[in-house]
Design a protein around this ligand. Structure first.
Ligand code: ATP
Length: 790
């Protein structure tokens, strides 16, 4: 909401933020303890007067002691509303950026897409005669409600047993409470997931609130007036304001500004498209708006709250659908949503609430009949809807989509655009998307046109783009901006900043709250991730078969090449043990080398939410542990059973076969852990497979079998799995004591194969440590995830 000096609604500046005329114009008045609601369009006039004089006003406010006879007027053009104080005695206050400022008499104040809140103050504050006026475009009757605040506690939350129960997943079951005692009010945050804000500042525990304070809980506004609590009942999208946002990348000569002084306002429940030529900075500006890009300068406010400072608590109210789908192909849609709900929804959500929410989001995106369908069987458009459903689970008020329509045919694109337009209006979402296709942008409320160099050139109604640029069609507008971006950017900034924003108060700097959002516990998250990973592996039967057939086939092939004197003669035994250890290394590496990179977009999105990287990696370790154990069992059992001879004596276990089995399990497991590092570093499966031969060659060269290890090669071998696997296997099979195969010539003693329990324990220990270190490195490598461009 901003002040516009002597401005007629029909002038250009009014149109810059104009919205489509589909929205309703409503006025809610709270006076003398009564709430009155007006549908302003029913007056059939574009100018309405309000005050206490019934004869001269269209809207009478029964509060003569505070409201002047003709107190103010309202002008309407479409859904735009302009309100002015007519020079009243008491004055009118407007809520701007979390503080009330007195309206200048006889100046119009423009209501943009967010609800506009006015107060008319009683000169004597103790009379309790203040009046509140709320202008809203919500189509929802009773978009605002009020309850008297009794002495004692008024609770707010999702649970129906609260005094104020609000049915939205962004509220915790018991979210907050207001305590009234001796006429004073205290508000307390009950450790909610999404927090409580008073005047844009996060409440840490509890704090005092008064009549002039604005309380924000999840997406709803609350304020106290004459002992009553007035609150937004219908869930509203979150409004967004970007102020002087820049982004510079590179250093020295390569330094480049990719966002240049971006200012814009987006109102709640608006459906906004960001368009512009390729490389203009559409994705960059959207990433900045979402708060997920921390490398920007300038300010972003969501509902007047500083997003960067409060990102940890506000990120749960932000949905983000990247260009790549964020769903697992091998889960049914319902299962995918269920696992996500367990991770994303407030920790106090019951299973039945989750299932209800899943049904609701499936309805929202028109996918109810596909609940039990495997995601791999859905069409491109349905997969996009499925990704949207995943993000809708936590009921975010602000929703970003990066090119949701790319790759879709025109019909599917239009249907998706209709779904998004519907979600913004009926579900109370602010939806912002980057798009290349413009055939359906008339469905949007607003278009942001980015010119080359990250410069904003237009922010307004889609129907007015061509007339604003004086062009016939959008193609001409693109051409115009390619050559003339600076002048259009300057014009935009002139109009927007100098004549418009400068008059508005910018929100004050506030200290950064330390408290982070309440998250699903690490243990619960680990459980969900592990269960999901198990199910993914289980559902991919082809891969599972391959994983289990591999050790079986390798064991059979090893039998084919093994000599009959294996376990009796040094050469034959060392060769087959080397082949066995290399097979184990290959099996482990193959298990995981594409495991992380193939799900990187999903991982990135979950990590931007509340996923902990270490729980993610541990879940991989748990599931891979089971797989590796099974593979080691198949490989060693089949191979050893087929062999004519067996190693003679065990070191400490009942049989040497068991000791070989443990060594092979640790070899496969440590190799799988190495594979995870590769998978965490590279961004796609092809690159991972290209690195695999290199990893294997290192294992061959430094195993100590093909080449003698000394000096540098010995040092390198310390971190190879093959060396430790060979030391273990050579020790168990007692290679040093075997026959050399040449009469009268003993085996040349090799310290690597020294027999002894301590030596075996040491090799197992090292293989275990390698596995752990690989896990830690993978977690460290994954911290770069946020830098992935899309
Ligand atoms: N981290 C970065 N380092 C260097 N340049 C970058 C970086 N991120 C973005 N850019 C550059 O900034 C410009 C804007 O990129 P962005 O992806 O936002 O454009 P876009 O309008 O979304 O493009 P497209 O429509 O082709 O996807 C491009 O020239 C891009 O190469």
């Amino acid at each position: 909401m901003a002040k516009i000096e002597q401005l007629e609604p029909t002038t250009y500046l009014g149109n810059i933020n104009s919205t489509d005329t589909r929205q309703a114009n409503r006025l809610i008045i709270l006076a003398n303890g009564e709430m009155y609601e007006y549908d302003l369009s029913l007056f059939d006039k574009d100018r309405l007067y309000f005050g206490c004089d019934e004869a001269n006003c269209d809207i009478t406010i029964p509060a003569g002691n505070v409201v002047s006879p003709v107190h103010g007027k309202i002008k309407m053009t479409g859904s735009d509303m302009y309100i002015a104080d007519m020079g009243s005695t008491t004055g009118t206050w407007i809520l701007e950026n979390n503080t009330y400022i007195r309206m200048d008499a006889k100046r119009y104040y423009h209501k943009n897409a967010a609800d506009m809140i006015l107060r008319i103050e009683s000169p004597d504050h103790n009379t309790g005669a203040s009046v509140a006026m709320i202008f809203t475009n919500s189509e929802n009757k009773s978009a605002w409600k009020c309850v008297p605040l009794q002495e004692g506690i008024t609770t707010i939350g999702r649970d129906p047993r609260n005094t104020i129960a609000l049915d939205s997943s962004s509220f915790s079951r018991k979210h907050a409470a207001i305590k009234k005692e001796y006429g004073q009010y205290m508000i307390a945050d009950y450790s909610s997931t999404n927090g409580v804000y008073v005047n844009g500042e996060r409440v840490m525990g509890s704090c005092q609130v008064g009549e002039k304070d604005l309380i924000q809980i999840a997406n709803s506004l609350f304020f106290i007036l004459n002992g009553q609590l007035l609150y937004q009942n219908a869930m509203n999208g979150i409004s967004l304001s970007m102020q002087n946002v820049d982004k510079i990348v590179g250093s020295n000569k390569n330094r480049k500004k990719i966002l240049d002084r971006v200012f814009c306002d987006i109102g709640s429940n608006e459906f906004v498209a960001i368009i512009g030529g390729s490389g203009a900075g559409k994705t960059t500006v959207m990433n900045a708006m979402s708060g997920f890009d921390s490398e920007i300068t300038g300010k972003i406010f969501c509902n007047g709250i500083d997003l960067q400072k409060n990102f940890n608590t506000m990120k749960n109210m932000i949905g983000f659908v990247p260009q790549q789908d964020i769903i697992y192909e091998n889960l049914t849609l319902k299962k995918m949503l269920y696992y996500t709900a367990k991770m994303k929804m407030p920790p106090d959500t019951s299973k039945s609430e989750m299932l209800l929410r899943i049904t609701k989001v499936l309805q929202m995106v028109d996918l109810e009949e596909h609940a039990q369908t495997y995601i791999r069987k859905l069409s491109g458009g349905q997969k996009k809807r499925a990704s949207i459903a995943v993000e809708m689970l936590a009921d975010p008020g602000l929703f970003f989509l990066d090119e949701p329509t790319s790759g879709l045919d025109p019909d599917t694109e239009q249907s998706l655009m209709h779904t998004l337009a519907k979600l913004s209006k009926t579900e109370g979402k602010t939806i912002i998307m980057v798009t290349h296709t413009t055939q359906s942008i008339h469905l949007c409320d607003k278009v942001i046109f980015m010119g080359p160099g990250g410069k904003i050139c237009y922010c307004g109604a889609p129907s007015e783009i061509t007339s604003y640029f004086g062009k016939k069609d959008l193609v001409e507008v693109y051409d115009e901006l390619a050559g003339n971006v600076d002048s259009w950017n300057r014009l935009y900034l002139q109009n927007y900043i100098e004549e418009y924003r400068q008059k508005a108060q910018t929100p004050q700097e506030r200290p950064t709250p330390k408290k982070a959002a309440k998250q699903v516990s690490a243990i619960k998250q680990l459980g969900v991730l592990t269960a999901r990973y198990f199910e993914l592996i289980w559902n991919d039967k082809q891969r599972l078969t391959l994983l289990l057939m591999q050790p079986l086939l390798i064991a059979l092939l090893l039998k084919v090449v093994a000599k009959s004197e294996t376990f009796k003669v040094f050469g034959a035994t060392q060769s087959i043990m080397f082949a066995l250890s290399c097979s184990g290394i290959w099996i482990g590496l193959f298990n995981t080398i594409q495991e992380i990179c193939k799900e990187r977009p999903i991982l990135k999105r979950e990590y931007m939410g509340n996923l902990r990287l270490w729980t993610y990696i541990i879940s991989k370790y748990i599931v891979q542990g089971v797989i590796c154990l099974t593979q080691a069992t198949i490989l060693t059992t089949v191979f050893l059973c087929l062999m004519k001879h067996a190693p003679k004596k065990a070191l400490f276990m009942p049989t040497p076969q068991l000791e070989i089995w443990v060594t092979m399990f640790l070899t496969i497991y440590a190799s799988a852990a190495m594979g995870l590092i590769v998978s965490a570093v590279v961004r796609n499966g092809d690159r991972a497979m290209a690195i695999a031969p290199f990893v294997l060659i290192i294992q061959l060269l430094f195993s100590g079998v093909l080449f003698e290890l000394k000096g540098m090669s010995k040092k390198i071998s310390l971190v190879t799995v093959s060396r430790w696997a060979m030391e273990g296997l050579g020790n168990i099979t007692n290679l040093n004591a075997l026959d050399s195969g040449i009469p009268n010539q003993p085996v040349q003693h090799n310290d690597f194969y020294n027999r002894g329990l301590g030596h075996l324990a040491h090799t197992w220990e090292i293989l275990g440590v390698v596995a752990v270190i690989c896990g830690i490195i993978s977690v460290i490598m994954l911290h770069n995830l946020k830098k992935d461009r899309r």
